[in-house]
Design a protein around this ligand. Sequence first.
Ligand code: HEC
Length: 139
Amino acid sequence: MNLKICIALLSLVAAGTVYAETPAELLNGYAGEAARSAPDFAPSVERGKSFFARKWGVSSKMPNCQSCHGGNLTQEGKHVITGKRIAPLSPLANTKRFTSSAKVEKWFKRNCNDVVGRECTAAEKADLIKFFNNPGVKS
Ligand code: HEC
């Protein structure tokens, strides 16, 4: 790495600058974490898709992730309790998605606890983001 870039990066870190992250960076971060305990781990659209649609039997009001985000992630969802609109979860339709690890962690934590009854693992988060990046056709 050349010195100028190195200094620029160091000053960014030193300033604690909150710069935008990308869905790919966040995905790689979770995948890397998952690979520490499962070296063969590779994020899967299919696993993410079935996780998102699965009814966990924890909450009757919000049985699955689709309860609020809907079945088509390039379209708006609707909060099952408040009725508020939720912007599309897929980065394909909403460029603000998966650009802040703090926001992503906050909502994974809350939503996984509510729907799944526990926090999601790094592997599950990687699968989910991989799916959100590739939501395919309406299910
Ligand atoms: C009770 C309604 C509800 C359910 C059920 C729900 N979510 Fe959410 N989710 C929200 C709301 C509200 C937000 C925050 C508002 C926003 O970002 O549009 C959000 C935001 C998120 C975000 C933040 C993404 C970003 O970068 O902005 C992720 C990730 C997420 N949800 C994943 C999930 C997953 C995975 C599940 C299932 C385990 C789930 N959600 C179930 C309501 C819900």
